[in-house]
Structures are given as structure tokens and as C-alpha cells.
Design a protein around this ligand. Sequence first.
Ligand code: UDP
Length: 285
Amino acid sequence: MKCLVTGGAGFIGSFLCDRLLETGHEVVCIDNLVTGHKKNIAHLLSQPKFEFIEHDVTLPLPEAISASVIFHFASPASPPKYQKYAVETLLVNSIGTYYLLEKARVWQAKFIFASTSEVYGDPREHPQKETYWGHVNPNGPRSCYDEAKRVGESFVATYIRKYQLDGRIIRIFNTFGPRMDIDDGRVVTNFIKQILSRTPLTIQGDGSQTRSFCYISDLIEGIMSVFTTPAARGEVINLGNPEEKTILELLNIIKKVSHYWGETDWEAKVGLEEGLTKTLEYFKK
Ligand code: UDP
């Protein structure tokens, strides 16, 4: 099947391109590289079934393109980036979604829209189910992202109702993994950056606040299942890891896997077995 992936050079989009190619599909990847990076797709450029087009989807698509499915994943997605590109974020999720939906209608293509848990805003329900409508400030600093994704969902829902489009909306919760932008300002990348540069880890508040963290490969399998499951047609589906961790727990796990003990280069090298053997030898003498 010919798949159009917008935002295909981004963190999630590029892994989606990988997976679609692995399963035998053809991929046309479109990205304007505002927050995506060509290095995320460098390994795909020589593949015959892969094509990269540098294009801004807030402008009409080049006429020559067509596809059987559109994955609309183009959008700045982290707070520092969607603040920096606030107008672009509003446009790509509104007018960008509109242009792509028009193509999907003409091509009779399936349409999968990458929405976000941020549509719930500052939620009053935990955990958030798909049926919850959220608690969103329409003009606050996050609204350029939250409201943009909400209007994107509204466009998709309207095309489903009005044109019987095969639309599917996924709401993506916190996801992490390789190819994330190290400067995206999220907690996982902040901690990793701080560990690698041996600077103190920044805990905001008391660290008891909880989040769920989904590894990229799980998210991609979720997206593929929304893509291929007939019952997902017309549905809104939350995708994330249901297990909540406190920020302190996250910190301790990252410290453990990175053998991080503080701000020096020191790290423990002697395992318990080796240490006990040496100690036993001493006492034997
Ligand atoms: N956080 C933190 N240290 C950091 C960055 C974030 O303690 O360096 C906390 C932040 O206050 C929040 C949680 O981690 O409670 C997740 O923040 P993030 O910005 O990653 O994502 P979001 O709030 O959008 O889930």
C-alpha cells in the first residue's frame, strides 16, 4: 500500500516510516524539517520504496503525489518547540489537516491523525479515557498546541461524518526513545542530557507527580494496529503505557541504568561477587 507520512522525519514519524517499509509498504515521507531532522531518515533514503519530499503541508501538496493512506504526524510536539513555532503549530494541525483531508477524500484514502493527550488540557479525570472531553484553556500558552490538535480532531470527525471518510484519531501519550530531540525539554531527555553532561538532575516540585512513559516500539505497534484493525475506523484511540511512575522513580531508574552517582566521573566497578571474593580472601589469611 502507498503510505503518505507527514512529519516523517520526526521522532515518531521516522520510526513509523521504518515499520511501514519493513511490512512491505511504499512510503512517501513529507517534512519541512522545522523540528524533524534528515538524519532520522538518512538510512532510508537509498531504499527504492522510500521517497522524501521536503514540503510544508500548510501549503497544497504537489499534484503528482497520491496515496492510499495518509498518516498526518507533522507538528511541533514538545512545549519549547510548539511555543517557538506557535503559529506553525496552529496552521499545520488546522489548515494542514484540511488540505490533507481533501486529498484523502479525493483519493478515497484512509486518514490517521496523530493527536495528543494534551487535548485533555489540565485534566480533571485520571486516567483519561477517550470519552473524556478535557479541561482546556482556549487562549493559554499551551493552547497553540492543545487547541490546534482539537481543531485537527474536529476536522477529521467532520470528514468522517460528512464524507464517510475512513478516519482514525490516535491520542499519543508520553513516548520516549532514540531519535528524540535531546533539547525537547521533556523530563526523559532532560535527565539523559544532565547525566551525560554530569550536571545535577533537575526535579521540579517534590517529584511525586506521576507520568506514564511509553517506549517508541510499543507506540509504533499501537499505531500499526490502529492502521490495520477494521474496527478502528472512525474511532478515537488513546495510545500510551498505562503504568504510571513518579518523577522520582523515573530518576532512580535512569540513575541505575546509567550507573550515575553524582557529578564526578566516579562509578562503582567492582560487582558484589568480586568484592566478596576479595573480602573472603582477606579474612582467610
Ligand atoms: N520535570 C522535572 N524535571 C525536568 C523536566 C520535567 O521534574 O527537568 C517534571 C515536570 O514538572 C512534570 C514531569 O516532569 O511534572 C513531566 O514533564 P514533561 O515536561 O516531560 O512533560 P508533561 O508535563 O508534558 O507531561
